[in-house]
Design a binder for this molecule. Structure first.
Ligand code: NAD
Length: 217
């Protein structure tokens, strides 16, 4: 069956709903209205209802959402009930920090193989996995049936690494290198850009006087 055509913005909000629903479950909250869920998530109820309506009718009039049922459904929609093995390429400062963080996260998304081109790093610990030679990237990723990967290599080599990952069968890439990656249409890339996020935040730190001087329309 073909993947349904659902806006990526909706898919990106589902984990935010899921995290909150799991916190509610932890607090033994059984049902929640879309209005209250929206208030707690600082969004609006219509948005939540519209997002969920892509997948079915989960709310009950006058009662709201069953928290356990909805969180199970969202896990299922996101394909989180199956383990998601992830490869990481680039065991440098950022890559190693992500590996250590992921080791302690209790969910199905696990870094299972770590690669680097620096032979000094081969065999060293990366959050419970040994760092492997980048020459093993394609074969290991294919053998382990890994479909998702993280790129934390310098920008100059990021495209080449992405090409190798795609050739090995990877379908989803979280890219930390500050360069747009070219991939086939069936592969999804998410870019995380710490520097431009901070640069855009600079806009909100300017004093109002500055905007008066700039004379925007
Ligand atoms: P780093 O130099 O500490 O680590 C990069 C690692 O990649 C090194 O271990 C290097 O040996 C390895 N490497 C180089 N070529 C390789 C290849 N072909 N195959 C496998 N491994 C290879 O760098 P860092 O500070 O960890 O940053 C990594 C990347 O993340 C850079 O592109 C940087 O610009 C980016 N970055 C992004 C953010 C963000 O928020 N997006 C934040 C910091 C850094």
């Amino acid at each position: 069956m073909k993947r349904p055509n659902i806006p990526d913005s909706v898919i990106r909000r589902l984990p935010v709903y899921l995290r909150h629903l799991e916190q509610l479950l932890f607090r033994n909250v059984r049902t929640i209205s879309s209005a209250l869920l929206a208030e707690e998530l600082d969004t609006n109820a219509a948005q939540i209802r519209k997002d969920l309506s892509y997948f079915g009718d989960f709310g009950r009039k006058g009662i709201g959402y069953d928290v356990r049922y909805l969180s199970a459904k969202i896990r299922d929609i996101l394909n989180l009930n199956e383990p998601l093995p992830v490869a990481l390429v680039g065991a440098g400062r950022l890559g190693i920090a992500l590996c250590h963080y992921n080791k302690n996260v209790r969910n199905n998304v696990k870094i299972v193989a770590v690669f680097d081109s620096d032979k000094e790093k081969w065999g060293s610990d990366a959050g419970g996995n040994p760092v492997l030679s980048d020459s093993l990237l394609q074969s290991t990723v294919a053998d382990l049936n890994v479909k998702a990967a993280i790129i934390t290599v310098p920008r100059e080599v990021a495209q080449q690494v992405a090409d190798t990952l795609v050739n090995a069968g990877v379908l989803a890439i979280l890219n930390f290198a500050p360069i747009p990656l070219r991939v086939p249409d069936n592969v999804r890339v998410r870019n995380t850009d710490f520097t431009s996020e901070l640069q855009s935040l600079a806009f909100y730190t300017a004093s109002e006087m500055r905007f008066d001087m700039l004379d925007y329309p």
